[in-house]
Design a binder for this molecule. Structure first.
Ligand SMILES: Nc1nc2c(ncn2[C@@H]2O[C@H](COP(=O)(O)OP(=O)(O)O)[C@@H](O)[C@H]2O)c(=O)[nH]1
Ligand SMILES: [Mg+2]
Length: 344
């Protein structure tokens, strides 16, 4: 899943992108979007490595995309919006430096996204109205009528300002809207790009509705700090009286906002974290590791990091009957270490 950094031009997306991924924005990608991976920090991986002494440690990564900023004049936004549609999760970057008002910038940006969705949906409704008049098979007509009814409802929801991700829709209706990759339906979080000398960043938490995570960060300052040597940095922080922002915390907030979670695999060869959508099953976890594991899935042997770290060895966890045998429908939980048993 792509995590799109989105917002108006100059809000600090490229600055944030570089801070998160340590990849410098390439000016030749300004119009097409640029992507890079950010490893997802996970302290438990070190604890497991301590037990297994693996040859290799691998962190799951998030794909972060620096998208072209929208213009406030709307000129040329269509192509930029098309790029934003490819993201599975939106990180709305709003400026809070040089006198800008992040709450109003955020409202205005969300409105632009809603207008783009309304435009897309109403054009489809018009096209359906034309097609339905033509002599077409009855089943096709019924399918179009169903799509039309769903889209009519969706349009009303967007017009009333209700974010679609919260609208009460049936699975059938969600299936219709999914094809449109509507921006109002995507999970999101907000990064408020604060001024270097902001002394109360917590006040920005109120700039978005309660259910949307807000993360304040002085992106420009953080990027500068990340380029310094540890000694330089310590000296600078001391002199300026600034402390660093927790980048790990931000990346984990992005993971959570994207509707995904981590699970672990662990052995002497490798200790590793993997991504899985929340609510994902053991079979889906297996498929994420390798298609062969899903095809030949027999069962998953599951223990928790907490049990393993407490008892210090797999053998002890087994001796305490804390290794569970789970079927393919088992919903993977936070802290699970999975061993997939499969036949080839
Ligand atoms: N004062 C200040 N300026 C910043 C900050 N972040 C970015 N900028 C400046 O804002 C401009 C746009 O930043 P950029 O990351 O390219 O924005 P983008 O258009 O959203 O990618 C650049 O001139 C940055 O130096 C910040 O935290 N504080
Ligand atoms: Mg940029």
């Amino acid at each position: 899943m792509k995590i799109g950094l989105v917002g108006y031009q100059g809000s600090g997306k490229s600055t944030l992108f570089e801070w998160l991924t340590s990849v410098a924005p390439d000016p030749s990608h300004t119009h097409t979007g640029q992507s890079a991976m950010a490893a997802i920090p996970e302290p438990r991986i070190e604890l497991l490595a301590d037990i297994y002494k693996p040859k290799k440690i691998t962190h799951a990564t998030l794909e972060i995309v620096d998208t072209p900023g929208l213009s406030r004049t709307h000129e040329g936004n269509a192509a930029r919006l098309a790029l934003i549609r490819e993201a599975g999760c939106l990180v709305l970057v709003v400026a809070a430096f040089d006198g800008s008002d992040p709450a109003s910038e955020l409202r205005s940006f969300e409105e632009d996204l809603m207008l783009a969705d309304m435009d897309l949906v109403s054009r489809r409704i018009e096209r359906i109205a034309e097609s339905i008049k033509k002599p077409i098979p009855r089943t096709e007509k019924e399918a179009l009528a169903h799509e039309d009814a769903t889209l009519g409802m969706v349009l009303k929801a967007i017009e009333s300002g209700e974010p679609l991700r919260e609208a009460d829709m049936t699975d059938e209706q969600r299936k219709v809207t999914r094809a449109f990759r509507l921006l109002s339906e995507k999970p999101r979080m907000v990064v408020v790009n604060t001024a270097d000398d902001e002394d109360n960043p917590e006040r920005f938490r109120a700039c978005a509705p309660e259910e949307i995570p807000v993360f304040p960060v002085p992106a420009g300052l953080e990027l500068e700090l990340s380029r310094m040597s540890p000694e330089e940095r310590a000296e600078f922080e001391e002199e300026m009286g600034v402390g660093g922002t927790d980048r790990s915390h931000l990346i984990r907030t992005m993971l959570d906002a994207s509707g995904q979670r981590l699970f672990f695999t662990a052995g002497e060869k490798e200790v590793r974290t993997w991504l899985l959508p929340k609510g994902g099953t053991a079979l889906e976890a297996a498929a994420g590791i390798h298609t062969d594991l899903a095809r030949g899935f027999i069962r998953a042997e599951v223990m928790t990091c907490a049990d393993l770290v407490r008892l210090r060895s797999e053998r002890e966890v087994k001796a305490h009957h804390l290794v569970r045998q789970e079927s393919k429908d088992y919903v993977v939980q936070d802290d699970d270490i999975l061993l997939i048993r499969f036949s080839v």
